[in-house]
Design a protein around this ligand. Structure first.
Ligand code: GLA
Length: 388
């Protein structure tokens, strides 16, 4: 995590010299369960030790927000009552979450904010959810007497993506950022919102991310198309079975999917086929983790990669290449992590193979693409919190 003094010095310099409160929220990893959240399925994320840190302070105005993005050296001022909101994409997260917190009854007024991050942007580690939950945590504290529940902050973050940023995402990222706990992964049932903490200490193994540095941009993108495909399949299944209740693919069986195959077409069929498989894989991974069977965990990760690449089609050449290198090096499990279209692979690797794998991946990737992948060792950290 970053240094509070770093953020504080910028806050003091860019505004009126006064200090505020400092809040932090993490990015996330996800062991397995990809594109299942908006399909009512299961996910298995954990917060990481990298994220967003913000200093915030009410500035006494009715609705003027003065915002400074430290890493971008960019300053934007805007009014909460301006229905259009700011143009800069980073500032829209601040505007959006403020509006969503107001909807939850928090009397948000004007404030100053400076923030910085050490979670890599566009790497599939949810830098945007880290921003939303960090700002929500601050607004709840400064204006809302901390009355808004953690779940409502999760949903406010998700609504910010939907209403102000153009991404129809699920709840995994915001959930992980708010509820994360050091040393624990969390299994979340996205339909019932029940979850449990899973201490994660795979003896003799390490979790490492390899960042292809291919930028991933979800806004207005194929991400929403994937979601539409899934919803289309549900609609067709529901129409065939008026007696049943079909809200998401979670409610659908393999047989029902096969029944509508011809009507929905091969593309939507493949998308839904991946999602049904992924739902089962998360549960299999939970059982395997309880049994300490990391070989099965790893095998499921490879299956997920295959499905994301060939059925869901959210991989890219660079990520498939990293996955192949993992296989060649005897890595236990490897797959694309997050929404896809670039970003990272997550790798479960035996400690004794780690050095060789990383060296080989760097060398081969650089030889092919002209730059090395970035390497992030995963440390599972805490969720959103006030630092001072
Ligand atoms: C992005 C979204 C999440 C989830 C993942 C894929 O990170 O924000 O809601 O759908 O993609 O699992």
């Amino acid at each position: 995590m970053m240094d509070i003094e770093f953020v504080r010095s910028r806050f003091i310099k860019h505004f009126d010299g006064k200090t505020g409160n400092v809040y932090a929220s993490p990015g996330r990893i996800n062991l397995i369960g990809e594109h299942t959240d908006y399909n009512g399925g299961f996910v298995f994320p954990g917060a990481v030790d990298k994220g967003i840190m913000a200093e915030m302070r009410a500035n006494g105005t009715e609705d003027t927000v003065m915002a400074y993005a430290i890493d971008l050296k960019d300053r934007v001022d805007f009014h909460l009552n301006d229905p259009a909101g700011p143009r800069a994409s980073w500032a829209r997260y601040i505007y959006g979450i403020a509006k969503e917190m107001q909807k939850l009854g928090v009397p948000v007024k004007g404030f100053n904010i400076a923030f910085a991050g050490d979670v890599p942007l566009g790497a599939g580690m949810s830098s945007s959810a880290a921003m939303e939950s960090c700002f929500a945590c601050g607004l709840n504290d400064i204006f809302g007497e901390n009355k808004v529940s953690q779940w409502d902050m999760v949903l406010a973050g998700q609504a910010t993506e939907h209403n102000y940023c153009g991404v129809n995402c699920g709840i995994m990222d915001q959930f992980a950022s708010v509820f994360g706990k050091a040393g624990c992964l969390m299994r979340l049932d996205c339909r019932s919102r029940e979850f449990e903490y899973f201490p994660f200490k795979p003896d003799g193994y390490r979790l490492v991310l390899l960042d292809s540095v291919v930028k991933h941009e979800l806004a207005g993108s194929p991400y929403n198309d994937r979601r539409n495909s899934c919803e289309n399949v549900v609609k067709h299944i529901a129409a065939k079975h008026p007696e049943g209740k079909f809200e998401t693919l979670r409610d659908c069986t393999w047989e029902q999917l096969d029944e509508v195959r011809a009507e929905v077409g091969e593309e939507d069929y493949k998308r839904a086929h991946f999602v049904l498989g992924e739902k089962d894989r998360v549960l299999a991974v939970c059982d395997a983790l309880i049994a300490g069977d990391y070989e099965t965990v790893g095998q499921k990760m490879y299956e997920t990669h295959y499905g994301l690449s060939k059925e869901y089609e959210v991989s890219c050449e660079e990520l498939d290449f990293l996955n192949d290198i993992a296989k060649e090096n005897g890595v236990t499990g490897s797959r694309i992590m997050g929404g896809g279209f670039g970003g990272c692979t997550i790798n479960l690797v035996r400690a004794d193979l780690y050095d060789k794998f990383i060296a080989d991946a760097k060398q081969k990737f650089a030889a092919k693409y002209g730059h090395e992948p970035k390497v992030y060792d995963v440390v599972i950290g805490d969720g959103s919190r006030k630092l001072c």
